[in-house]
Design a protein around this ligand. Structure first.
Ligand code: UD1
Length: 368
């Protein structure tokens, strides 16, 4: 049996890692890892492969950056010959980036069944590129592996047959739990010369937040006010760095812009923060498990369990609201919560159990 796994952008790597660990531990199954090259800087890609012990990809498609159409088309064009050459029994895609939808589409058109890990999440905001990627990928996938109950409800509401929906939990949390001790050993706090619980962490990279100078400048003003109470460390995504550099006169006192960090360093930084302010999807989930208060600078979230059961609060992009919530959260301190169901380090195992069982049965049915 042969599975082809696809990863392309930074948030994919921590989702693909536990699937590769699990597959390496099983007998009777081969896998091929394909990196589309959507992310390519060492700090955005290679470092994650090293730290998370993800095997060297058998193929790197080297697509790089581009408009949505160019990037998506280029992934499809370069992935197709790989699928034709290897003819896997199934292609596994994760998350909601352009590589996810492009590779799912390529495989399904070649008659190869597709498994989508992290299926069913919906922000119901179709101006968000990831929402389009989620809706399209789910519509064409054969297995929908879901991380939280809202995902099951969303897929049922869209009429997906129950047999395709598998509530398995969160593979990214598998990685967080597996790497927790190693991450704690990172000396990133000493390197940055900060004490535990003495700072807040910010990440921003969504086009809606960083591409429009007026919006970005309002967000930075609000962050500067919060930083007066608790200095901010801001590992800057390449897209955001370009946008910040174009802004003139932004007040960045008490906000330290640093290069993107590796996984182990970043998780240590987050685990010891007083507060996280972010527009990332994954960080809403990681802070939920780490018990760190998280303010999400977006109007919606496709991960509502992090608000209902976790430490996340949706605050939108209005600077006054961000300041208000930020100052209140700093005063309130940490919140410990029960992890959401199946965020227990076993999600990848559940995914692989289902896939191996179904692919084997499918094969025996076909040969009968
Ligand atoms: C992509 C994903 C987004 C995810 C994010 C995490 C899509 C539609 N978006 O957004 O869902 O949350 O990754 O980072 O797939 N760049 C570099 N080096 C790199 C990669 C990118 O400098 O290694 C710069 C380039 O200028 C590029 C820009 O970042 O144009 C944006 O990269 P892109 O892959 O288009 O989207 P992200 O914003 O990273």
């Amino acid at each position: 049996m042969h599975l082809m796994l696809v990863a392309g952008a930074r948030p994919n790597f921590m989702k693909i890692a536990p699937l590769t660990w699990e597959l390496k531990a099983r007998s009777g199954v081969d896998f091929t890892l394909v990196h589309t090259g959507q992310h390519y800087d060492r700090q955005m890609s290679e470092l994650f492969f090293e730290q998370l012990e993800i095997p060297e990809p058998a193929y790197n498609l080297g697509v790089g950056s581009g408009t949505h159409a160019v990037q998506t088309a280029e992934i499809i064009r370069r992935f197709e010959p790989v699928v034709i050459e290897r003819r896997p029994d199934a292609v596994v895609v994760v998350g909601d980036v352009n590589s996810t939808v492009a590779c799912a589409l390529t495989a399904v058109k070649l008659g190869i069944p597709v498994a989508h890990v992290e299926a069913g999440l919906r922000s119901f905001d179709r101006s968000m590129p990831e929402e389009i990627n989620r809706v399209v990928t789910d519509a064409i996938s054969d297995w929908l592996f879901v991380s939280e109950p809202s995902g099951v409800a969303n897929l049922e509401n869209e009429g997906v047959p129950a047999g395709r929906i598998h509530f398995v939990g969160n593979v990214m949390i598998d990685t967080l739990l597996a790497m927790r001790d190693l991450s704690e050993r990172s000396d990133v706090l000493q390197q940055l010369a900060v004490d535990s619980q003495s700072y807040s962490v910010v990440t921003l990279h969504r086009p809606t937040n960083v591409d429009e100078p007026a919006v970005l400048s309002g967000l930075l003003q609000a962050l500067a006010r919060v930083a007066q109470e608790s200095p901010i460390i801001f590992p800057v995504h390449p897209r955001t760095r370009a946008a910040v550099q174009k802004l003139s006169g932004a007040d960045l006192s008490n906000i330290r812009l640093i290069e993107p960090l590796g996984y182990l360093e970043f998780m240590k930084l987050v685990a010891h923060a007083r507060l996280v302010l972010t527009d990332s999807g994954g960080l809403q989930e990681e802070t939920t498990i780490l018990g760190i208060p998280c303010l999400t600078l977006r109007k919606n979230t496709e991960r509502p369990v992090t608000v209902a059961e976790g430490t996340n609060t949706l605050v939108g992009m209005d600077p006054a609201q961000i300041v208000d919530h930020g100052l209140r959260a700093l005063r309130a301190g940490n919140r410990r919560n029960q992890p959401p169901r199946f965020w227990d380090g076993q999600a990848a195992k559940r995914v692989i159990d289902v896939l191996l069982n179904d692919v084997t049965r499918g094969r025996s049915a076909a040969s009968a």
